[in-house]
Design a protein around this ligand. Sequence first.
Ligand SMILES: NC(=O)c1ccc[n+]([C@@H]2O[C@H](COP(=O)([O-])OP(=O)(O)OC[C@H]3O[C@@H](n4cnc5c(N)ncnc54)[C@H](O)[C@@H]3O)[C@@H](O)[C@H]2O)c1
Length: 364
Amino acid sequence: MIIGVPKEIKNNENRVALTPGGVYELVKYGHTVLIQQSAGEGSGFVDEDYIQAGAEIKPTIEEVYASAEMIVKVKEPIASEYPLIRKGQVLFTYFHFASDITLTRAMIDSRAICIAYETVADDDGTLPLLTPMSEVAGRMAIQQGAKYLEKPIKGRGVLLGGVPGVPPGKVLVLGAGVVGLQAAKMAAGLGAHVTILDINMKRLRHVNDVMPPHVVTEYSSEYNIRRHIKNHDLIVGGVLIPGGKAPKLITREMLKEMKPGTVMVDVAVDQGGCFETTRPTTHENPTYIIDDVVHYCVSNMPGAVPYTSTLALTNVTLPYVLKLANMGWEEACRKNKDLGKGLNIVDGAIVYEELRSLFPEEVA
Ligand SMILES: NC(=O)c1ccc[n+]([C@@H]2O[C@H](COP(=O)([O-])OP(=O)(O)OC[C@H]3O[C@@H](n4cnc5c(N)ncnc54)[C@H](O)[C@@H]3O)[C@@H](O)[C@H]2O)c1
């Protein structure tokens, strides 16, 4: 199969869909891999690395789309890519169709085969192609929070680990899922005192089992949240209600209870955020202040660490790319139910049930 990897052109997106190691695997199975010139540069891979691994470099995005039977990407295609997509071409990438009717219509019109990373699902409902990005964001939340706690950037001036004779900072983590667990782990590693809240007792039991004693679990309730926000320095929001909007666990009125310079990192911003005062920010301008509380609400946190994020993402996508290339999309999706759940739009028809109910007017 001919597999094409265009350079990501979405604003501030530096990840790439295949590493040289991934190219090597595909070439080993007899496939041809076309990489757009400089596609890997943002993630630290130069064209020469890809050539050594057996790829062909194509100077333009048009040449990649024109020759490839399957396009592997990171983010959804943007408007300038729509005319390049061909009938029957397989696209394997994050799409997030539910939040973009224009993209959905464009992909219906293209009659391509759209397989979305975000809906590939294991039998137990876990989303293997989303997990690594939550791991990155959870760990980053503490790194960013620690930075914004510094006084020159309007934080409280607290060093999370403390020093001998001075107690460590206090971190409150809302949600003990993938983001929450990774955030708690990083904060604990720095020596901070960590409180982690969830409504799922199974998750709290797990955290309690695997974390050191200075990570304390508690049931998530408004009462407990009100009690803790008064004396915590960094608050991380990592809650998720699958398929729904994040609950607003910290209201505007509650900010007045916090110490000036408290930092709130809302990782759940992509699902609407779990703080009432959350609004999406970018890596160029990641924070804003309301009532002396610093808010960090970047909706693509992994984009700031493209080297790590690319490796983390491609570790989980490559086995599926190989299946699609070796068997063709129909057989690969039939034989692998988890991959089959990634099928969203096929030859002009929406085939993913949730998307059909979201956009009934697009269903023929
Ligand atoms: N900003 C970014 O760049 C970025 C990157 C990756 C993930 N995310 C987002 O982070 C969020 C969390 O992702 P995840 O993978 O950790 O999800 P997850 O499903 O693994 O964990 C979410 C947790 O929230 C808990 N929860 C639900 N309601 C709660 C409540 N009222 N109080 C406390 N806990 C509650 C759930 O029980 C669950 O344990 C998602 O919205 C995800 O899209 C954002």
